[in-house]
Design a protein around this ligand. Structure first.
Ligand SMILES: [Zn+2]
Length: 541
């Protein structure tokens, strides 16, 4: 096999040497020619993005045949073309002398895109991803010999009073994990091999590089969040034990505990009015809701919600999973936030529009952060007063106890992040044991050795690898942005049409023409830090 590979490389080398004398490359000697070349390449790239968007949409919305493989092939023709890559790298090396910021930025993102695209379009990796994706998406969970959806499981886990039943409900996803784990480990190893071949320590390090996240900076911030929230989280568990009248607190008790703490009634968040309310609010703050190219549907999918910017800025579509209560609204606002960003992007160059498919050409932390900023409204006193029928008393009690669910979300995501981070470091270790260790460290609950694992049931590890840090960074981002909105607009933050103007010009319009960290600094006047998030969690430094 290695000998064959060498031979193959040699043939490619010869082919490259020959093609480098061809007129195709020689033709690109001026900036104008580079423009024409990039424009053509980006038209092809956008075509592949649209095909992939539609295939994913069809997979989840079940509106047509999901042609995932055909869509991926379109990317492969771009990112496996070594001549393309050579031209980009040559021009990127002299981009300093081009005196053209936008062109420099395009070359930079293309360069990252070639690394990310090489992994993304790898046929072995994507074949395994697609198989797993289909297994996970179509899996038929059984509970007490009946079929049950993930949304039903989530709803029942919250309301179930019997501890033993909760354990059974919680363990239901292990049915899938048992079937998916081997392939997931295989996938992790393939991704690591690919990363090593591109010169990276492992796939996680590669992913962070592509997302412009410094690994040491990230770990420092995440560890800081863990340490500073640990005591308050312990308090939550202790008082929840009393509330649920249980001696020992387990992993399956979190949803039930939170449901009993969060005192705002599900009735304040009627499912069938979601889009009415969401549109009314966004109209209030100046968005031209009625003419935006956003499609919205409600459907059972294997996670809370998703938005696909199919053609940016002309076509964005979102799906939300029909769960009950405020979380349904949170997710709807979050996904709508993604849609708003997509349809307000004012960038002509496809590589800078922020399509999410190829690692390296968009910032997940940033787009999650600005999407999550919309969810901050649903948590906001002024908004709850104006847009729900909850009494002032109910809202105040809810806000006082909400910190617990925010803390749980943070620590659960830390668990998910560190689990995956460790898996990529050593995929051969006992992952069920690793799962138990991370539950203990981040959620402070013990799982005994006989508890079947659940990690491989998550579609996130398959389809959105190395992404969990973005959910935490996004909360740091949304908290920091919302502090600015509150200080800038005061109570008018839910009614002043200038709010949308500020959001569009600072956060949406520029797409990926600037680094994400610069966009945060320009909008908030400081670099991203944990302060605003910890203040939201009522933990003061
Ligand atoms: Zn999101």
């Amino acid at each position: 096999m290695p000998r064959l590979n060498l031979l193959f490389l040699f043939i490619i080398f010869i082919a490259l040497t020959i093609s480098s004398c061809s007129p195709k490359e020689d033709a690109i000697t001026t900036k104008d020619q580079l423009y024409v070349y990039l424009d053509t390449l980006e038209a092809k790239y956008e075509d592949a993005c649209i095909a992939t968007g539609l295939a994913n949409w069809n997979l989840y919305a079940r509106e047509g045949k999901p042609n995932l493989n055909a869509a991926k092939k379109k990317f492969a023709t771009i990112f496996f073309d070594t001549l393309n890559r050579k031209i980009i790298e040559e021009w990127r090396a002299k981009s300093g002398s081009l005196a053209d910021e936008m062109l420099t930025r395009r070359l930079e993102l293309w360069s990252r895109g070639f690394i990310g695209g090489n992994v993304y379009a790898d046929s072995q990796i994507s074949a395994l991803e697609n198989n797993l994706q289909e297994l996970i998406t179509n899996f038929n969970f059984r509970f007490e010999s009946n079929s049950i959806t993930l949304a039903e499981l989530a709803n029942r886990l919250k309301t179930e009073n019997n501890e033993k039943q909760r354990r059974k409900l919680w363990l239901t996803t292990s049915q899938l994990s048992g079937k998916a784990a081997d392939d997931l480990v295989k996938l992790v190893k393939l991704r690591n091999e690919k990363a090593a071949s591109l010169g990276f320590y492992n796939y996680y390090s590669l992913s962070l590089y592509l997302q412009s996240i410094r690994e040491d900076w990230l770990l420092k911030n995440l560890n800081e969040l863990e340490e500073k929230t640990r005591n308050k989280f312990k308090e939550f568990i202790e008082s929840s034990k009393k509330k649920l009248k249980i001696k020992k607190f387990h992993a399956w008790d979190f949803d039930a505990a939170l449901y009993r703490w969060a005192t705002i009634s599900d009735n304040n968040f009627p499912k069938d009015s979601i889009f009415n309310i969401l549109h009314r609010f966004h109209r209030n703050i100046g968005f031209k809701v009625d003419s935006l190219p956003v499609k919205e549907i409600i459907k059972d999918i294997p996670f809370g919600g998703l938005n696909i910017g199919i053609q940016i800025p002309g076509d964005s579509r979102l799906i939300i999973n029909p769960i009950n209560g405020k979380r349904f609204y949170n997710i709807a606002f979050h996904e709508y936030g993604h849609a708003l960003q997509a349809v307000h992007t004012k960038v002509n160059y496809p590589i800078l529009k922020g399509y999410k498919w190829i690692p390296g050409v968009s910032s997940g932390a940033y787009s999650e952060g600005v999407a999550e900023m919309q969810t901050e409204f649903v948590d906001d006193y002024e908004w709850l007063k104006a847009f729900t029928s909850a009494s002032q008393d109910e809202i105040e009690r809810y806000i006082a106890s909400r910190t617990f669910s925010d803390l749980y979300y943070l620590r659960r995501t830390l668990k998910d992040f560190f689990f995956e981070y460790e898996v990529y470091k050593n995929p051969d270790r006992d992952l069920a044991e690793l799962e138990r260790e991370t539950y203990l460290k981040y959620l402070l609950v013990e799982l005994d050795e006989n508890t079947p694992h659940r990690f491989a049931a998550s579609i996130r590890y398959t389809m959105y690898p190395c992404y969990y840090q973005n959910y935490i960074l996004s909360h740091m981002i949304s908290a920091q942005l919302f502090e600015v909105l509150v200080s800038k607009f005061g109570p008018g933050r839910i009614s002043n049409p200038d709010v949308s103007k500020w959001i569009i010009s600072y956060l949406y319009e520029k797409g990926e023409t600037e680094e994400w960290a610069d966009r945060i600094r320009n909008a908030t006047g400081k670099s991203l830090e944990t302060g605003a998030y910890l203040r939201k969690l009522k933990i003061m430094n």
